[in-house]
Design a protein around this ligand. Structure first.
Ligand code: ZN
Length: 455
Protein backbone atom coordinates (compact mmCIF):
# COMPACT_ATOMS: atom_id res chain seq x y z
CA UNK A 1 0.00 0.00 0.00
CA UNK A 2 1.06 3.53 -0.47
CA UNK A 3 -0.10 6.73 1.07
CA UNK A 4 1.15 10.11 1.98
CA UNK A 5 1.08 12.02 5.19
CA UNK A 6 2.19 15.57 5.76
CA UNK A 7 3.85 15.10 9.11
CA UNK A 8 3.74 13.49 12.51
CA UNK A 9 2.99 10.19 10.90
CA UNK A 10 5.21 8.01 12.97
CA UNK A 11 3.55 9.16 16.17
CA UNK A 12 0.13 8.32 14.84
CA UNK A 13 0.23 4.59 14.75
CA UNK A 14 -0.92 2.02 17.19
CA UNK A 15 -3.85 3.81 18.76
CA UNK A 16 -6.66 1.46 19.51
CA UNK A 17 -10.20 2.55 19.82
CA UNK A 18 -11.73 -0.38 21.66
CA UNK A 19 -15.09 0.07 19.98
CA UNK A 20 -13.60 -0.01 16.52
CA UNK A 21 -11.43 -2.93 17.39
CA UNK A 22 -14.44 -4.90 18.49
CA UNK A 23 -16.52 -4.08 15.46
CA UNK A 24 -14.63 -4.15 12.15
CA UNK A 25 -16.58 -1.97 9.80
CA UNK A 26 -16.89 -4.42 6.97
CA UNK A 27 -18.64 -6.93 9.13
CA UNK A 28 -20.75 -4.39 10.93
CA UNK A 29 -24.30 -3.62 10.04
CA UNK A 30 -25.55 -0.08 9.69
CA UNK A 31 -26.68 0.19 13.28
CA UNK A 32 -23.31 -0.80 14.61
CA UNK A 33 -21.67 1.71 12.31
CA UNK A 34 -24.00 4.36 13.60
CA UNK A 35 -23.16 3.42 17.18
CA UNK A 36 -19.46 3.40 16.46
CA UNK A 37 -19.66 6.78 14.78
CA UNK A 38 -21.67 8.08 17.69
CA UNK A 39 -19.30 6.73 20.30
CA UNK A 40 -16.25 7.90 18.40
CA UNK A 41 -17.78 11.30 18.01
CA UNK A 42 -18.61 11.33 21.72
CA UNK A 43 -15.11 10.33 22.61
CA UNK A 44 -13.80 13.03 20.38
CA UNK A 45 -16.14 15.72 21.62
CA UNK A 46 -15.59 14.75 25.20
CA UNK A 47 -11.84 14.98 24.98
CA UNK A 48 -10.79 16.95 28.03
CA UNK A 49 -10.62 20.57 27.08
CA UNK A 50 -9.96 22.64 30.17
CA UNK A 51 -10.18 26.34 29.48
CA UNK A 52 -6.45 26.83 29.48
CA UNK A 53 -5.86 24.27 26.75
CA UNK A 54 -5.69 26.01 23.41
CA UNK A 55 -8.64 24.90 21.36
CA UNK A 56 -7.96 23.28 18.06
CA UNK A 57 -9.14 24.47 14.66
CA UNK A 58 -11.32 25.81 13.05
CA UNK A 59 -10.03 29.01 14.68
CA UNK A 60 -6.43 28.00 14.11
CA UNK A 61 -5.10 29.45 10.84
CA UNK A 62 -4.16 27.05 8.11
CA UNK A 63 -0.42 26.77 7.55
CA UNK A 64 0.81 28.76 4.62
CA UNK A 65 2.46 27.11 1.70
CA UNK A 66 5.88 28.44 2.68
CA UNK A 67 5.62 27.02 6.19
CA UNK A 68 4.61 23.71 4.74
CA UNK A 69 7.65 23.84 2.51
CA UNK A 70 9.81 23.14 5.56
CA UNK A 71 8.26 19.79 6.29
CA UNK A 72 10.90 17.10 5.99
CA UNK A 73 10.27 14.07 3.79
CA UNK A 74 8.18 11.48 5.51
CA UNK A 75 9.02 7.97 6.44
CA UNK A 76 6.82 5.29 4.95
CA UNK A 77 4.98 3.39 7.61
CA UNK A 78 3.83 -0.17 7.42
CA UNK A 79 0.46 -0.03 9.10
CA UNK A 80 0.12 -3.79 9.01
CA UNK A 81 3.05 -4.04 11.40
CA UNK A 82 2.67 -1.12 13.74
CA UNK A 83 5.78 -0.49 15.78
CA UNK A 84 5.70 -0.62 19.56
CA UNK A 85 4.68 0.99 21.80
CA UNK A 86 0.95 0.79 21.65
CA UNK A 87 -0.99 3.81 22.87
CA UNK A 88 -4.52 3.46 24.16
CA UNK A 89 -6.62 6.50 24.98
CA UNK A 90 -9.87 6.01 26.82
CA UNK A 91 -12.41 8.49 28.04
CA UNK A 92 -13.08 7.68 31.69
CA UNK A 93 -16.69 6.91 32.55
CA UNK A 94 -18.30 6.82 36.00
CA UNK A 95 -17.67 3.43 37.57
CA UNK A 96 -14.48 2.73 35.61
CA UNK A 97 -11.67 1.31 37.70
CA UNK A 98 -8.01 1.44 36.83
CA UNK A 99 -7.50 -2.30 37.14
CA UNK A 100 -10.47 -3.16 34.94
CA UNK A 101 -9.50 -0.64 32.28
CA UNK A 102 -5.89 -1.79 32.14
CA UNK A 103 -7.16 -5.36 31.93
CA UNK A 104 -9.44 -4.46 29.01
CA UNK A 105 -6.43 -3.03 27.16
CA UNK A 106 -4.70 -6.40 27.56
CA UNK A 107 -2.10 -5.15 30.03
CA UNK A 108 0.16 -7.75 31.64
CA UNK A 109 -1.30 -8.88 35.00
CA UNK A 110 1.99 -8.25 36.86
CA UNK A 111 1.92 -4.59 35.87
CA UNK A 112 -1.75 -4.21 36.73
CA UNK A 113 -1.03 -5.62 40.18
CA UNK A 114 1.93 -3.35 40.70
CA UNK A 115 -0.04 -0.24 39.89
CA UNK A 116 -3.27 -1.08 41.70
CA UNK A 117 -1.42 -2.03 44.87
CA UNK A 118 1.07 0.83 44.82
CA UNK A 119 1.33 3.14 47.82
CA UNK A 120 1.97 6.80 48.41
CA UNK A 121 1.49 9.41 45.74
CA UNK A 122 0.72 6.78 43.15
CA UNK A 123 -2.59 6.10 44.88
CA UNK A 124 -3.91 9.34 43.37
CA UNK A 125 -4.35 7.56 40.08
CA UNK A 126 -6.72 5.10 41.74
CA UNK A 127 -9.22 7.97 41.76
CA UNK A 128 -10.21 8.14 38.14
CA UNK A 129 -11.90 11.34 37.02
CA UNK A 130 -14.97 10.71 34.84
CA UNK A 131 -14.66 12.67 31.61
CA UNK A 132 -10.87 12.79 31.76
CA UNK A 133 -8.82 10.80 29.30
CA UNK A 134 -6.72 7.88 30.47
CA UNK A 135 -3.65 7.55 28.28
CA UNK A 136 -1.88 4.22 28.50
CA UNK A 137 1.31 3.17 26.75
CA UNK A 138 2.10 -0.50 26.41
CA UNK A 139 4.98 -2.37 24.86
CA UNK A 140 4.21 -4.67 21.94
CA UNK A 141 4.03 -7.55 24.42
CA UNK A 142 1.58 -5.66 26.67
CA UNK A 143 3.94 -4.59 29.45
CA UNK A 144 2.88 -1.28 30.92
CA UNK A 145 5.22 1.62 30.13
CA UNK A 146 3.14 4.43 31.54
CA UNK A 147 -0.38 5.37 32.39
CA UNK A 148 -1.71 8.84 33.00
CA UNK A 149 -4.89 10.81 33.17
CA UNK A 150 -5.53 14.36 32.14
CA UNK A 151 -6.47 16.53 35.10
CA UNK A 152 -9.16 19.21 35.03
CA UNK A 153 -6.62 22.00 35.57
CA UNK A 154 -4.74 21.23 32.39
CA UNK A 155 -2.10 18.89 33.65
CA UNK A 156 -1.44 15.30 33.02
CA UNK A 157 -0.83 12.99 35.93
CA UNK A 158 1.43 10.27 34.70
CA UNK A 159 2.91 7.13 36.16
CA UNK A 160 5.86 5.40 34.64
CA UNK A 161 6.24 1.78 35.53
CA UNK A 162 9.66 0.23 36.08
CA UNK A 163 10.44 -3.37 36.96
CA UNK A 164 10.53 -2.67 40.70
CA UNK A 165 8.70 0.59 41.14
CA UNK A 166 6.20 3.10 39.91
CA UNK A 167 7.38 6.66 39.37
CA UNK A 168 5.00 9.58 39.48
CA UNK A 169 5.35 12.66 37.34
CA UNK A 170 3.05 15.60 36.93
CA UNK A 171 3.49 17.42 33.65
CA UNK A 172 1.63 20.23 31.95
CA UNK A 173 -0.86 19.00 29.40
CA UNK A 174 0.07 20.38 26.03
CA UNK A 175 -2.43 19.72 23.31
CA UNK A 176 -1.53 20.33 19.69
CA UNK A 177 -3.36 19.83 16.42
CA UNK A 178 -1.12 18.78 13.57
CA UNK A 179 -2.57 19.19 10.08
CA UNK A 180 -2.21 15.99 8.11
CA UNK A 181 -2.76 15.32 4.43
CA UNK A 182 -3.55 12.00 2.81
CA UNK A 183 -4.31 11.10 -0.75
CA UNK A 184 -5.68 7.73 -1.80
CA UNK A 185 -6.54 6.48 -5.25
CA UNK A 186 -9.05 3.66 -5.27
CA UNK A 187 -7.83 0.71 -7.22
CA UNK A 188 -10.56 -1.83 -6.77
CA UNK A 189 -14.03 -0.43 -6.99
CA UNK A 190 -15.65 -3.49 -5.44
CA UNK A 191 -14.61 -2.58 -1.92
CA UNK A 192 -16.19 0.05 0.25
CA UNK A 193 -14.12 3.17 0.34
CA UNK A 194 -13.61 2.68 4.04
CA UNK A 195 -11.38 -0.29 3.29
CA UNK A 196 -9.33 1.75 0.88
CA UNK A 197 -8.93 4.59 3.31
CA UNK A 198 -8.05 2.26 6.14
CA UNK A 199 -5.48 0.65 3.94
CA UNK A 200 -4.14 4.12 3.31
CA UNK A 201 -3.54 4.59 7.02
CA UNK A 202 -6.50 6.77 7.90
CA UNK A 203 -8.25 5.92 11.14
CA UNK A 204 -11.66 4.30 10.86
CA UNK A 205 -13.37 6.96 12.95
CA UNK A 206 -12.10 9.58 10.51
CA UNK A 207 -13.15 7.53 7.50
CA UNK A 208 -16.63 7.17 8.93
CA UNK A 209 -16.89 10.89 9.63
CA UNK A 210 -15.70 11.61 6.08
CA UNK A 211 -18.31 9.32 4.56
CA UNK A 212 -20.98 10.95 6.70
CA UNK A 213 -19.98 14.41 5.50
CA UNK A 214 -20.34 13.39 1.86
CA UNK A 215 -23.15 10.87 2.13
CA UNK A 216 -25.72 13.28 0.77
CA UNK A 217 -24.01 13.13 -2.58
CA UNK A 218 -22.40 9.73 -2.67
CA UNK A 219 -23.48 6.30 -1.64
CA UNK A 220 -20.11 5.22 -0.32
CA UNK A 221 -21.08 1.60 0.13
CA UNK A 222 -21.80 1.11 -3.54
CA UNK A 223 -20.83 3.89 -5.85
CA UNK A 224 -17.06 3.76 -5.60
CA UNK A 225 -15.09 3.01 -8.74
CA UNK A 226 -11.51 2.21 -9.72
CA UNK A 227 -9.38 5.37 -9.98
CA UNK A 228 -11.71 7.31 -7.74
CA UNK A 229 -9.50 9.70 -5.91
CA UNK A 230 -9.74 10.79 -2.30
CA UNK A 231 -7.89 13.65 -0.62
CA UNK A 232 -8.31 14.43 3.04
CA UNK A 233 -6.73 17.19 5.10
CA UNK A 234 -7.38 16.75 8.78
CA UNK A 235 -5.88 17.24 12.23
CA UNK A 236 -4.09 14.73 14.33
CA UNK A 237 -4.27 15.65 18.00
CA UNK A 238 -1.22 15.18 20.16
CA UNK A 239 -1.05 15.53 23.92
CA UNK A 240 2.46 16.00 25.25
CA UNK A 241 3.83 14.89 21.88
CA UNK A 242 1.89 11.66 21.90
CA UNK A 243 -0.74 11.04 19.28
CA UNK A 244 -4.15 10.71 20.90
CA UNK A 245 -6.73 10.85 18.13
CA UNK A 246 -7.77 12.51 14.91
CA UNK A 247 -9.46 15.89 15.08
CA UNK A 248 -11.29 18.09 12.62
CA UNK A 249 -11.56 17.24 8.95
CA UNK A 250 -10.72 20.48 7.14
CA UNK A 251 -10.93 19.40 3.55
CA UNK A 252 -12.38 16.42 1.72
CA UNK A 253 -12.08 16.12 -2.04
CA UNK A 254 -13.47 12.97 -3.55
CA UNK A 255 -13.44 12.45 -7.29
CA UNK A 256 -16.09 9.85 -8.00
CA UNK A 257 -16.24 8.64 -11.62
CA UNK A 258 -14.64 11.88 -12.74
CA UNK A 259 -16.95 14.09 -10.72
CA UNK A 260 -15.46 16.10 -7.86
CA UNK A 261 -17.29 16.24 -4.54
CA UNK A 262 -15.79 18.73 -2.10
CA UNK A 263 -16.25 19.63 1.52
CA UNK A 264 -14.50 22.43 3.39
CA UNK A 265 -14.79 23.12 7.09
CA UNK A 266 -16.18 26.50 8.09
CA UNK A 267 -15.76 28.20 11.47
CA UNK A 268 -19.32 27.16 12.39
CA UNK A 269 -18.09 23.56 12.50
CA UNK A 270 -20.02 22.54 9.36
CA UNK A 271 -18.73 21.60 5.96
CA UNK A 272 -19.70 23.37 2.75
CA UNK A 273 -18.96 23.05 -0.94
CA UNK A 274 -16.24 25.28 -2.41
CA UNK A 275 -18.72 28.04 -3.28
CA UNK A 276 -20.26 28.06 0.22
CA UNK A 277 -23.35 26.06 -0.69
CA UNK A 278 -24.53 23.51 1.81
CA UNK A 279 -23.44 19.92 1.55
CA UNK A 280 -26.23 18.71 3.76
CA UNK A 281 -29.22 17.99 1.61
CA UNK A 282 -32.78 17.28 2.56
CA UNK A 283 -32.49 13.59 1.68
CA UNK A 284 -29.87 10.97 2.32
CA UNK A 285 -28.74 9.15 -0.79
CA UNK A 286 -29.99 5.77 0.48
CA UNK A 287 -32.23 4.67 3.37
CA UNK A 288 -30.01 1.73 4.31
CA UNK A 289 -26.79 -0.08 3.66
CA UNK A 290 -27.89 -2.47 0.95
CA UNK A 291 -26.42 -5.31 -1.06
CA UNK A 292 -27.83 -4.34 -4.43
CA UNK A 293 -30.78 -2.67 -6.07
CA UNK A 294 -33.00 -5.57 -7.02
CA UNK A 295 -35.59 -3.52 -8.84
CA UNK A 296 -35.52 0.01 -10.16
CA UNK A 297 -38.20 2.64 -10.43
CA UNK A 298 -40.19 2.17 -13.60
CA UNK A 299 -43.54 2.97 -15.04
CA UNK A 300 -44.22 -0.57 -16.26
CA UNK A 301 -42.82 -3.91 -15.16
CA UNK A 302 -44.09 -7.45 -14.63
CA UNK A 303 -44.91 -8.01 -10.97
CA UNK A 304 -43.01 -11.13 -9.78
CA UNK A 305 -45.92 -12.50 -7.77
CA UNK A 306 -49.04 -11.00 -9.26
CA UNK A 307 -47.75 -11.83 -12.77
CA UNK A 308 -49.23 -8.88 -14.57
CA UNK A 309 -47.42 -5.79 -15.68
CA UNK A 310 -47.65 -2.69 -13.59
CA UNK A 311 -45.55 0.25 -12.63
CA UNK A 312 -42.94 -0.14 -9.91
CA UNK A 313 -43.15 3.15 -8.12
CA UNK A 314 -40.11 2.79 -5.93
CA UNK A 315 -36.70 1.22 -5.60
CA UNK A 316 -36.11 -2.23 -4.10
CA UNK A 317 -32.96 -2.52 -2.05
CA UNK A 318 -31.93 -6.11 -1.31
CA UNK A 319 -30.41 -6.38 2.16
CA UNK A 320 -30.27 -8.98 4.93
CA UNK A 321 -33.28 -9.26 7.21
CA UNK A 322 -32.86 -6.93 10.19
CA UNK A 323 -30.72 -4.34 8.39
CA UNK A 324 -31.61 -0.96 9.95
CA UNK A 325 -33.62 1.40 7.77
CA UNK A 326 -33.07 5.14 8.18
CA UNK A 327 -35.47 7.95 7.56
CA UNK A 328 -33.91 9.72 4.57
CA UNK A 329 -34.92 13.17 5.81
CA UNK A 330 -36.24 14.99 8.87
CA UNK A 331 -39.97 14.54 9.22
CA UNK A 332 -42.96 13.15 11.09
CA UNK A 333 -44.16 9.55 10.86
CA UNK A 334 -47.56 9.76 9.17
CA UNK A 335 -48.59 6.11 9.08
CA UNK A 336 -47.50 2.88 10.70
CA UNK A 337 -49.27 -0.13 9.23
CA UNK A 338 -48.85 -3.76 10.27
CA UNK A 339 -49.43 -6.75 7.99
CA UNK A 340 -50.81 -5.01 4.96
CA UNK A 341 -51.49 -7.72 2.36
CA UNK A 342 -49.22 -6.12 -0.25
CA UNK A 343 -46.86 -3.83 1.66
CA UNK A 344 -46.55 -5.95 4.81
CA UNK A 345 -45.30 -3.83 7.69
CA UNK A 346 -44.79 -0.38 6.30
CA UNK A 347 -44.47 3.20 7.35
CA UNK A 348 -44.62 6.61 5.77
CA UNK A 349 -42.88 9.82 6.80
CA UNK A 350 -44.00 13.35 5.90
CA UNK A 351 -41.23 15.83 5.13
CA UNK A 352 -41.07 19.52 4.32
CA UNK A 353 -41.42 20.81 0.75
CA UNK A 354 -44.37 18.45 0.14
CA UNK A 355 -42.36 15.22 0.23
CA UNK A 356 -43.44 11.87 1.64
CA UNK A 357 -41.22 8.77 1.85
CA UNK A 358 -42.59 5.22 2.26
CA UNK A 359 -40.80 2.11 3.51
CA UNK A 360 -42.34 -1.36 2.91
CA UNK A 361 -41.95 -5.08 3.76
CA UNK A 362 -40.31 -4.32 7.12
CA UNK A 363 -39.64 -7.07 9.64
CA UNK A 364 -40.39 -4.56 12.38
CA UNK A 365 -40.35 -0.95 13.47
CA UNK A 366 -37.73 0.78 15.57
CA UNK A 367 -38.79 1.28 19.19
CA UNK A 368 -40.78 4.44 19.78
CA UNK A 369 -41.93 4.72 16.16
CA UNK A 370 -45.67 5.43 16.03
CA UNK A 371 -47.95 7.82 14.19
CA UNK A 372 -46.75 11.35 14.85
CA UNK A 373 -43.20 10.46 15.95
CA UNK A 374 -40.70 13.11 14.91
CA UNK A 375 -37.72 11.57 13.14
CA UNK A 376 -34.44 13.09 12.03
CA UNK A 377 -32.54 12.42 8.85
CA UNK A 378 -30.55 9.23 9.36
CA UNK A 379 -32.44 7.97 12.42
CA UNK A 380 -33.42 4.30 12.42
CA UNK A 381 -37.13 3.78 11.88
CA UNK A 382 -37.39 0.06 11.13
CA UNK A 383 -35.68 -3.08 9.92
CA UNK A 384 -35.55 -4.94 6.62
CA UNK A 385 -37.90 -7.90 6.29
CA UNK A 386 -39.98 -9.71 3.71
CA UNK A 387 -43.54 -9.10 4.91
CA UNK A 388 -46.46 -8.69 2.50
CA UNK A 389 -46.02 -9.50 -1.19
CA UNK A 390 -42.31 -10.06 -1.26
CA UNK A 391 -40.00 -12.70 -2.64
CA UNK A 392 -37.13 -12.13 -0.20
CA UNK A 393 -35.76 -9.65 2.32
CA UNK A 394 -35.65 -6.18 0.78
CA UNK A 395 -36.81 -2.65 1.33
CA UNK A 396 -39.26 -1.12 -1.09
CA UNK A 397 -38.66 2.63 -0.84
CA UNK A 398 -40.77 5.36 -2.41
CA UNK A 399 -40.49 9.11 -2.67
CA UNK A 400 -43.67 11.04 -3.34
CA UNK A 401 -43.93 14.77 -3.94
CA UNK A 402 -47.34 16.43 -3.84
CA UNK A 403 -48.97 13.07 -4.55
CA UNK A 404 -46.69 12.09 -7.47
CA UNK A 405 -44.21 9.25 -7.27
CA UNK A 406 -40.64 10.24 -8.12
CA UNK A 407 -37.65 8.05 -8.88
CA UNK A 408 -35.80 7.97 -5.52
CA UNK A 409 -32.47 7.63 -7.29
CA UNK A 410 -32.85 10.85 -9.26
CA UNK A 411 -35.06 12.93 -6.98
CA UNK A 412 -33.93 16.58 -6.79
CA UNK A 413 -32.29 17.05 -3.42
CA UNK A 414 -32.54 20.58 -2.07
CA UNK A 415 -29.61 21.92 -0.04
CA UNK A 416 -30.35 22.76 3.56
CA UNK A 417 -28.60 26.06 4.31
CA UNK A 418 -25.83 27.72 2.36
CA UNK A 419 -23.46 30.46 3.52
CA UNK A 420 -24.30 34.04 2.68
CA UNK A 421 -22.91 37.55 3.16
CA UNK A 422 -19.78 38.11 5.26
CA UNK A 423 -19.72 34.46 6.40
CA UNK A 424 -19.52 33.38 2.79
CA UNK A 425 -16.71 35.87 2.14
CA UNK A 426 -14.73 34.54 5.07
CA UNK A 427 -15.37 30.97 3.95
CA UNK A 428 -14.26 31.61 0.36
CA UNK A 429 -11.01 33.15 1.61
CA UNK A 430 -10.41 30.08 3.76
CA UNK A 431 -11.12 27.76 0.84
CA UNK A 432 -8.49 29.58 -1.20
CA UNK A 433 -5.97 29.08 1.58
CA UNK A 434 -6.91 25.42 1.84
CA UNK A 435 -6.52 24.93 -1.90
CA UNK A 436 -3.09 26.62 -1.91
CA UNK A 437 -2.05 24.43 0.99
CA UNK A 438 -3.17 21.29 -0.79
CA UNK A 439 -1.41 22.34 -3.96
CA UNK A 440 1.77 22.77 -1.95
CA UNK A 441 1.37 19.34 -0.45
CA UNK A 442 0.79 17.74 -3.83
CA UNK A 443 3.87 19.44 -5.22
CA UNK A 444 5.94 17.88 -2.48
CA UNK A 445 5.40 14.62 -4.23
CA UNK A 446 3.02 13.36 -1.63
CA UNK A 447 0.66 12.01 -4.25
CA UNK A 448 0.73 8.26 -4.24
CA UNK A 449 0.07 5.44 -6.62
CA UNK A 450 -3.18 3.53 -6.61
CA UNK A 451 -3.91 1.54 -3.51
CA UNK A 452 -4.59 -2.13 -3.99
CA UNK A 453 -7.66 -2.93 -1.95
CA UNK A 454 -8.06 -6.30 -0.34
CA UNK A 455 -11.48 -7.88 -0.61
ZN1 ZN B 1 -40.68 -2.81 -4.78
Amino acid sequence: MNFANSQGANAGVGTVNPFLKKFPVRAACGAVIAIVVYLSAQAYLAFPSPDNIPSSVPTEPVKSQSELGNIPPLPRIDYDHPPAPRLVSHQIKPGDTLGALLGSFGTDERDINRIVTCRGECRQLHKLIPGATLITRLTHDSRLISVGQSLPYGQIQQYRVYPDSVEVTLSPLERRSIPTYKHVVIHDGESPISAALRTGGIKEATVLRATQILEYDIDFWRNVYPNDDFEIYFDQIFVNDEYVQDGDIHVLRFTNRGRLHEAYLHTDGLHYEADGSAIQKQFLKAPLRYKRISSNFSNARKHPILGYTRAHRGVDYAAPRGTPIRSTADGVVSSVVRNDRAAGNYLAVNHSNGYVTRYMHLSGFASGITNGTRVTRGSTIGYVGSTGLSTGPHLHYEVIKNGRHLNPLTVPNPSVESLEGPQRGLFLANVETYLNTLEGLREQNLIVEPVAVAQ
